[in-house]
Design a protein around this ligand. Sequence first.
Ligand code: ADP
Ligand code: MG
Length: 252
Amino acid sequence: LREKLQTADRMAAIGSLAAGVAHEINNPLSFTLSNVRFIRDELKSLLEEGRVQEQERLKEVLDASEEALTGADRVSEIVTDLRRFTRGDDGKKAPVNLHAVLDLCGSIARSQLRHRAQLVKVYGELPPVQGSESRLGQLFLNLIINAAQAIPEGGDAKVHEVRLTTWREGADQVVVEVRDTGVGIPPEHLRRLFDPFFTTKPAGVGTGLGLSICHGIVKGMGGRITVESEPGRGTAFRVFLPIGEPEAAPGP
Ligand code: ADP
Ligand code: MG
């Protein structure tokens, strides 16, 4: 069973990653393709009609190719970032910059947020934490995607937000808060929230594994995760993580 659950965990994490990535890659890519097609067709007709003197048209073609390049660059950026995530560190610990991880998760979740909610970042000063970058990525991506999915259908980015706030708490902890202005969680669900397979989402959207994975990752790092919610107003998840062992003091 343990092995099955671990596989399920991995599948769920890969699934949410893949969904985010597919969204994120599809837009710039189809944009790029249509621009490149436009360039090809324009150049072809300019050549066929012997109108290569038309500076205006040529300038439009150049502008379009510029946009095509921007789209393609974006795709390659995402793929590079993803490799860092998925090729993975096998859970190995190293000093991790949480803000870099949050930025990456935010950018992967962007297409799920777009139009519905603004992504707001309020970053404090944080030291690096000792942990696995890819696990931390799964953790925060799950929380951010849940937040995005909590924004009501037809939500307006002028009204709704997902806010990422970080701060240092005392000498030995950092806190990351993921707060949304979504539908909230009824009190009777709070107790079961972190149970594997607890979901209120239709099959195909939710597996109910996200928060149990989050819980496992946070526990594994010696931290804790809390939730506060007001139905109809929104939800805040807080992740408390210990700052890793400081470097051994240099000898005299
Ligand atoms: P899934 O997202 O696949 O349903 P999760 O374990 O990530 O599974 O979440 C379990 C349930 O907790 C969700 O179905 C939803 O009911 C609730 N939930 C989680 N995060 C939020 C949130 N930010 N706002 C409202 N409900 C949430
Ligand atoms: Mg989820």
